[in-house]
Design a protein. Structure first.
Length: 295
């Protein structure tokens, strides 16, 4: 005999075309395109779910949701407005109706009701420009470097008297080449191996197998030089040893045999490194022509 759970399932989103409706923080959020209307529970009289149709009866006039152009509105016998929307899945309609019923409340002793809030997003070119500005000013430093490369590099590649067409293709392919080379370095763990070779500390570790993202991965337990107990995910090799970075003990590497490491390195190189080198060749040729231009 199972238990019945009458609590509504949280986080149901009714999506139909450009219309989206969901409940969040005690209010009904109704979005149509760039416009969003937030209706508090005190502004909702009742909600009806009949099959694939959802009807929300509001306390005040129909402008609350008509501004969002979400659904046609009409008045009922009590003078409130009713907003309707249909969805092909009746279970989603029923679940959202249950969430709306849970937030319906009275105005309180003072009779004051929370106001209806309306938001309008910018059109996508303005949102894209604003997001790019925020990333350049406050994001990762690679965004600023990329913008500098795009603004300064293209005019130099085209304006310098060295083969403008070749300069344009060199400017276009060079970032992809560097990205693939960096991916090759990351795949072969060259940066981690370089750090471990310079300042790594090798210690004995105890391994256990744990479930991580539906895969069973080895987890290494070890003690640092200052006595801290650390657990980190690390591929296990023949010896129960790991090398960790004293500045960041969570960064570990299992000592591997040279032949297996070189095999992985060569495989990763042919997957990404070759293409990275080929994409950087036009830039090398263009720079060679530029440097030999005075002679």
């Amino acid at each position: 005999m199972g238990e019945s759970n009458t609590a509504p399932a949280p986080g149901v989103v009714l999506a139909r075309g450009r219309t989206r409706a969901w409940v969040e923080q005690g209010a009904l959020h109704w979005t149509r395109g760039r416009r969003t209307v937030v209706v508090p529970g005190t502004r909702i009289r009742r909600v009806e779910a009949a099959g694939t149709s959802l009807t929300v009866h509001l306390v005040e006039d129909a402008r609350d949701l008509q501004d969002a152009r979400a659904a046609p509105a009409s008045r009922d016998a009590r003078g409130s407005s009713a907003v309707r929307v249909r969805h092909r899945n009746a279970d989603i309609v029923t679940a959202l109706a249950s969430e709306i019923e849970a937030i319906i409340g009275d105005a309180g002793p003072s009779g004051n009701r929370q106001p209806v809030q309306r938001h309008s997003r910018r059109i996508w070119p303005l949102r894209l420009a604003a997001g790019l500005r925020d990333r350049v000013l406050h994001g990762n430093h690679w965004w600023r470097r990329g913008l500098s490369y795009a603004v300064v590099g293209l005019p130099l590649a085209v304006a310098l008297p060295v083969d403008p067409v070749g300069g344009f293709f060199a400017w276009l392919l060079l970032p992809a080449g560097f990205a693939l080379l960096w991916l090759w370095v990351w795949m072969t763990q060259l940066n981690t191996r370089w750090v471990m070779w310079r300042r790594g500390v090798t210690v004995r570790a105890r391994f256990e197998t744990v479930l991580r993202a539906e895969n069973y991965d080895p987890l290494a337990h070890f003690r640092t030089l200052d006595g801290r107990e650390v657990a980190a995910h690390c591929a296990r090799e023949e010896r129960d040893e790991i090398t960790y970075d004293p500045r960041d003990p969570s960064r570990v590497l299992a000592p591997a045999r040279v032949n297996s490491w070189l095999g992985y390195t060569l495989g990763a190189f042919f997957l990404t490194g070759c293409w990275g080198v080929l994409l950087c060749v036009p830039a090398v040729i263009w720079l060679t022509r530029l440097l030999t231009l005075p002679f």
